[in-house]
Design a protein around this ligand. Structure first.
Ligand code: PAF
Length: 287
């Protein structure tokens, strides 16, 4: 695996991969890798000839009071994990390489960015869209892989690719990979390492409460009632606050009161101490 941290080095490394129509998959990350990221890499390897992974803790997607400085950075350990998974190139620019002096462009995807995490984290999805479009242009991959854990992020990136007629990758080659979970159901996240043992135990209530709410909604209970019960259960378990607990259309992310004919998603963001956890699950209408 080649680790590159300038655009010139990246272009040289990509030119070596791009021979005889070889396909390239991109797996963008912010590092602090866990099994969820490695699942993306394995899926990418199974579908493309070469995998390029990026590690960049993107300052533009963190708010002023968020955990940018505390965000875990462990490049050497991450690189070893990626190499063991057969990644060809690790693109690990620093902030000056990604955003040189004078950088002034902002990519904003209206609508799908606005609610849910976008409401609690103003500017977050502009930061994500801006850096992901740059990564797409830098690597020009045939396909790109993102975790469904960040379901709204995936929707924002797909909307951007569709609206801007991206070709590398095309919107249909932006692939969402199902969330990888710990044995007790908690969605894997780089932020789980912030949890104390007591908070970690309480956090496992989140996926269980979501399954209960999803079953109730699938059985005809309205979203307000099911989400009210879910919020009560989370607070009783030790969660500090709930940013949102929403039933939404899986494509538009527009809030729903009841399950209709189209696929829906139950999405939650909740805080436990200083840590904000997000999760989502599918609720499919009965056939
Ligand atoms: O999901 C992430 O890790 C980040 O939001 C991403 C897509 C790498 C952009 O910084």
């Amino acid at each position: 695996m080649q680790t590159v941290n300038t655009l010139r080095m990246l272009r040289t490394a990509l030119a070596q991969l791009r021979v005889e129509n070889a396909t390239i998959a991109l797996v963008p990350t912010m590092g602090a890798l866990h099994e969820g990221h490695l699942t993306l890499v394995r899926r990418a390897r199974s579908e493309a000839d070469h995998v390029v992974a990026s590690i960049f803790v993107n300052p533009k997607q963190f708010g002023p009071n968020e955990d940018l400085d505390a965000y875990p950075r462990r490049l050497a350990a991450d690189a070893a994990m990626l190499e063991a998974e057969g990644v060809a190139v690790l693109w690990a620019p620093d902030a000056a390489a990604m955003y040189p002096d004078g950088f002034a462009t902002n990519v904003s995807v209206a609508g799908v960015s606005d609610g849910l995490c976008g409401a609690a984290r103003p500017g977050h999805f502009d930061g994500v869209a801006t850096v992901v479009l740059k990564l797409f242009n830098q690597v020009a991959p045939d396909m790109a892989f993102f975790g469904e854990k960040d379901f709204q992020q995936l929707a924002v990136i797909r909307a951007m690719a569709r609206d801007l007629d991206l070709t590398r990758p095309h919107v249909d080659a932006i692939i969402g990979v199902p969330t990888v979970r710990e044995a007790d159901g908690l969605a894997m996240s780089s932020r789980n390492r912030y949890l104390s043992p007591e908070q970690r135990a309480a956090a496992a209530v989140l996926p269980r409460a979501m399954q209960t709410a999803a079953a109730a909604i699938a059985g005809g209970t309205g979203a307000a009632e099911a989400m009210g019960a879910l919020e009560t259960e989370l607070i009783a378990a030790g969660f500090t606050s709930i940013d949102y607990a929403t039933l939404a259309d899986a494509a538009s992310l527009a809030p729903l009161e009841v399950l209709g004919a189209a696929p829906a998603r139950l999405l939650v963001a909740a805080r436990i101490g200083g840590t904000r956890l997000i999760d989502n699950i599918a609720i499919n209408p009965a056939a």
